[in-house]
Write a protein that binds this ligand. Structure first.
Ligand code: ZN
Length: 524
């Protein structure tokens, strides 16, 4: 199998994504390490930022992947040698080029407004010219499936033209994402039988079937799959490679990337979402944070006896991990597995287990919820068992909120902490009271623990628990913190939003200090 990644081209069409040139270089290197075969990284004719990327990319030595530039066929009625976009495609000097051409007759006549005959010439001239320049040519047959349904004869003529001009690949695109697997399978099978040129598949996800469509295309003869990491793309996205790669390789035994790199899949997926500045979808198959998270008590009991009972693969195969979620519906064995992480000697019916269960029930009654906040849960267990370490004492804090017309900050915080008997008083301005507190606390603690500079908040959520008390309601604050690679969640509950936030904040810092070594190992 050949994996053709378009995260840096089609993926950037995704609402909310805007990679810098440096981001794109970093992602390209990651994808190369993972072992994808092609990295389609931009359209140099249409976008100066892409041009700059290709310039920078020349300095990078890719171990495996072929960098690919993307562009359209020559424009109508313009000789190929005079088409600036075609020249730009050559100038970036990539080993492979993807040329997209129109297949759907309606697009030819109504959108680019030329004749069906001229469109064939545009395809022929462009592909032939690229071959004369020694490029590997990937011909993307845009809207292939819609075009094939509307006018089979013309759609086949388009493919034949590209083949006669010497294309190395025919990629069949479901550009509008509206085709069903049943149609894709039969059509790909038929097209593969007509041509000697290898077939690729490029699906969009508008019917939530891009992955299924890609798989069925492979089962019917396609040997190249195009897609993006995390399924990023315009509208509903592209075929998601983080699902397709393990589906093909782990379930069907079709080699996509080297076996040794499958365990990097989750890491690469999260890395890309981090650079995209989009929160990682926790329900994504294989790589999502919830992909192997178990909650129901009976399921958890079974998972602990044998993971195969409720998991379709071992999460470690793709670099993910099993998570046991806490809640009052969880059984005693669920809680025990959490306790044993910090106190391996504790057994199912020992006094300590009961102590933790009682504490958990009380906290849940108070409004705590530890799903997604396993770090606070672990700290709660440590405290319930009397095993806590004191990293710092908070002696006092004050928050002042004011409405300053001229100042960009509207809050300030003063805090007094002690570490090993040494007091430290710091103050900080902030955008709101929580931000001021966070800044003041870090400023004070960084003096004693400079490693805290590597962590930062990535998410802050407030949920009102009992709306009947209006502004006196209890709130639950959930925050997420990261050191770049590993993310951990903590929680705090109070009728005072500052106190709830404070508890979650302190937990996030303590958790880091407890696990610093482990978190850094994962990071490397
Ligand atoms: Zn596309």
């Amino acid at each position: 199998m050949y994996i053709y990644d378009s995260t840096l081209r089609d993926g950037t069409q995704c609402e909310g994504i805007s990679f810098t040139v440096l981001d794109k270089i970093k992602i390209a290197k990651k994808l190369d390490c993972l072992g994808v075969d092609y990295i389609e990284a931009g359209n140099p004719g249409s976008n100066p930022k892409d041009l700059e990327f290709f310039k920078e990319a020349k300095k990078v030595r890719f171990k495996h992947a072929k960098l690919t530039a993307f562009g359209s066929t020559r424009r109508a009625n313009v000789p190929v040698l005079e088409d600036k976009n075609i020249q730009a495609l050559l100038d970036v000097d990539t080993p492979a080029v993807a040329i997209f051409g129109k297949v759907w007759d309606f697009h030819v006549t109504d959108i680019i407004r030329t004749t069906l005959g001229e469109n064939l010439h545009m395809i022929y001239d462009t592909v032939e010219y690229m071959k004369s320049k020694d490029k590997e040519v990937i011909f993307d047959a845009e809207h292939f499936f819609d075009g094939y349904e509307a006018n089979k004869e013309y759609a086949l003529k388009v493919l034949k033209t590209a083949v006669e001009a010497g294309t190395d690949w025919l990629v069949l695109c479901d550009t509008n994402g509206g085709t069903f697997p049943s149609e894709i399978g039969g059509t790909v099978s038929y097209i593969s039988s007509l041509f000697d040129v290898p077939i690729g598949i490029h699906c969009h996800n508008d019917c939530d079937m891009a992955v299924a469509n890609s798989i069925i295309a492979v089962e019917n003869g396609a040997v190249q799959v195009q897609g993006t990491f995390n399924g990023y793309g315009e509208r509903c996205g592209n075929a998601n490679l983080t699902t397709i790669i393990p589906n093909l390789q782990l379930k069907q035994g079709r080699r996509c990337i080297s076996e040794g790199h499958m365990i990097d899949l989750t890491d690469v997926s999260r890395y890309i979402s981090e650079l995209a500045n989009l929160s990682h979808d926790s329900h994504m198959p294989y790589v999502g944070n919830s992909a192997f998270a178990h909650k129901g008590g009976m399921h958890v009991d079974a998972i602990i006896k044998n993971p195969r009972s409720f998991e379709h693969i071992y999460p470690e195969l793709v670099g993910n991990q099993r998570r046991i979620l806490m809640s009052e519906v969880a059984g005693r064995s669920t809680i025990l597995s959490k306790i044993q992480k910090v106190a391996p000697w504790v057994t199912k019916y020992s006094e300590e287990t009961q102590k933790v269960i009682d504490r958990l029930k009380q906290l849940e009654y108070d409004g705590y919820q530890f799903e997604g906040a396993e770090s606070s849960l672990e700290l709660m267990i440590i405290r319930a068992l009397g095993m806590e370490k004191t990293f710092f004492d908070v002696k006092d804090f004050k928050v002042i909120c004011e409405d300053h017309w001229e100042s960009e900050y509207n809050a300030s915080a003063v805090i007094k902490v002690a570490v090993d008997g040494v007091d430290e008083i710091t103050a900080a301005d902030g955008d709101g009271p929580i931000n001021a507190l966070d800044k003041a606390l870090r400023k004070a603690l960084e003096i004693f623990y400079p490693q805290l500079k590597s962590i930062r908040l990535t998410d802050y959520k407030v949920r009102v628990l009992d709306t009947s008390y209006a502004t006196a309601s209890k709130v639950r604050v959930h925050i997420e913190t990261t050191n770049g690679k590993v993310t951990w969640g903590t929680v705090g509950v109070s009728s005072n939003i500052i106190e709830a936030s404070w508890n979650a904040l302190v937990d996030s810092i303590e958790y880091f200090l407890y696990h610093e070594d482990k978190l850094n190992i994962i990071q490397n």
